[in-house]
Design a protein around this ligand. Structure first.
Ligand code: GRG
Length: 419
């Protein structure tokens, strides 16, 4: 199983006899004996977790979240990927709140709307980026005489945190604009900004967040990184436009769907991962592995999102919000179902807009392997993401290894999530 493979790979240097207990939904417990590296300083950070952690844990209801191991007399709790960076994430969330303060009161309350305590969302992207920053930590061989290694690594970390902040601002800007385009009522369990303050302010707040992201980006004074993130914004707009302007042939093309998915979801995390590597002065090869990890994790994330739109938290069809199909958007489960049931084609071609179309599509989907094949495709991308981490140059540093293991664990958490 990939999860075990990823974990055991880390244990190249120091092995402990461990007993793992996975906390599963519905109080099920799965025990597994294996050899794992002991993370030495995990316990105090568990205590250091803030509100953000418990809330994230509730959102990602996957395996491997709460893992305990025993090594001779020592019993400690293994950290989940989110808790490793929980303290830093909390500082980052505070800084984001100060970065989005606007001069005009109406714009100020619109811009801060999704950064307020309790509505920050999962902060999935900053989590990945902070873990990637540590995972790519390579020893700085010869620091300039006037600057010690410590000062250089602190400066680098601050710049990498800045990438995480920029990424989150771009993400939230895209959510605000997306909700206007979709005329959405809710987001993150509260009223969407467009429904609370109107479309005009929601669009302006999105523009404002993008401008603050640009200012932060410029402060890094790295043109390659600026170019990467500017391309991401282009991709977001391209992906959104591809989704709303399909011909019937494009609507039933898996290639078109995956390209759109890369633009809308995976480009942001993949290019931001690459930016983290570039700032660390990594080689083109390592930067590409960081990019590959982000791309495949992003694709796996969206494929599971597309499954959950049909199934929701349960595994039965029709329990999700069905928002894609309601908006005439064709996703992977339906595309796979068409391969088994070509009768579904005309329904898809007309965008599910005739009475009974939605029920018909769900019926064929239920008879097909569409959901299962989408999960398999997500698993394939999750594996590719793990392979990218496995291919990074060897490094024996415990923090580096722990972050790499967390990035591999995240691939599994993403595909087993139920929300
Ligand atoms: C203003 C940059 C900009 C773009 C405009 C509208 C648009 C073009 C792009 C939309 C892109 C978009 C919203 C894609 C969906 C991405 C996605 C998977 C969102 C859900 O991410 P989560 O689950 O959300 O991480 P939280 O709420 O946890 O942050």
């Amino acid at each position: 199983m990939l999860f075990f493979r990823g974990l055991s790979r880390i244990s190249r240097t120091s092995y402990y006899r461990c007993r793992w207990i996975y906390s599963l939904p519905h109080n099920q417990h799965l025990s597994h004996s294996s050899h794992f590296l002991s993370p030495p300083d995990s316990t105090h950070k568990v205590l250091g977790c803030r509100v953000i952690y418990s809330w994230i844990s509730g959102t990602f209801n996957g395996v491997g979240k709460q893992v305990q191991y025993q090594s001779s007399s020592l019993v400690e709790e293994q950290l989940d990927p989110f808790s490793i960076v929980a303290d830093e994430l909390s500082v980052l969330a505070d800084r984001l709140r100060s970065m989005v303060v606007a001069e005009v009161p109406k714009l100020a309350s619109a811009a801060e709307y999704f950064f307020k305590l309790g509505v920050e969302g999962k902060m999935f992207r900053p989590t990945v980026l902070l873990l990637m920053a540590t995972a790519l930590n390579l020893p700085i061989s010869a620091p300039p005489p006037h600057r010690g290694v410590d000062m250089l690594s602190t400066e680098l970390r601050t710049r990498q945190q800045c990438i995480a902040e920029i990424t989150e601002m771009i993400h939230v800007a895209s959510l605000l604009h997306d909700d206007v385009l979709d005329d959405a009522d809710t987001r993150r369990g509260i009223g969407s900004l467009n429904s609370v303050m109107g479309n005009k302010l929601a669009v302006l707040a999105g523009d404002f967040l993008l401008s603050r992201a640009c200012v932060a980006l410029a402060s890094l004074k790295n043109t390659e990184v600026v170019s990467l993130l500017a391309t991401v914004v282009e991709h977001l707009v391209t992906g959104e436009t591809m989704q709303m302007t399909t011909t019937s042939e494009q609507r039933r093309s898996m290639e078109y769907y995956l390209q759109k998915t890369y633009y809308k979801t995976a480009s942001l995390i993949s290019n931001s991962c690459k930016a983290i590597a570039l700032l660390a002065g990594q080689t083109a090869e390592v930067s590409m592995l960081a990019y590959d990890y982000g791309k495949n994790l992003g694709l796996a994330f969206q494929l599971i999102d597309d499954v959950l739109d049909f199934t929701g938290t349960s595994s039965s069809l029709g329990k999700g919000s069905l928002s894609d199909i309601r908006h005439g958007i064709v996703t992977a489960p339906i595309l796979f179902a068409i391969e088994e049931f070509p009768q579904l084609r005309p329904v898809v071609d007309r965008g599910f807009d005739k009475p009974g179309d939605m029920e018909l599509a769900l019926d064929y989907l239920g008879k097909s392997r569409g959901i299962q094949r989408t999960r398999e495709l997500a698993q394939k991308h999750a594996n590719l993401a793990s392979i990218a981490i496995d291919s990074l140059p060897e490094n024996d540093d415990e923090d580096v290894q722990r972050s790499r293991r967390a990035l591999v664990d995240l691939t599994q958490i993403v595909i087993t999530r139920t929300k």
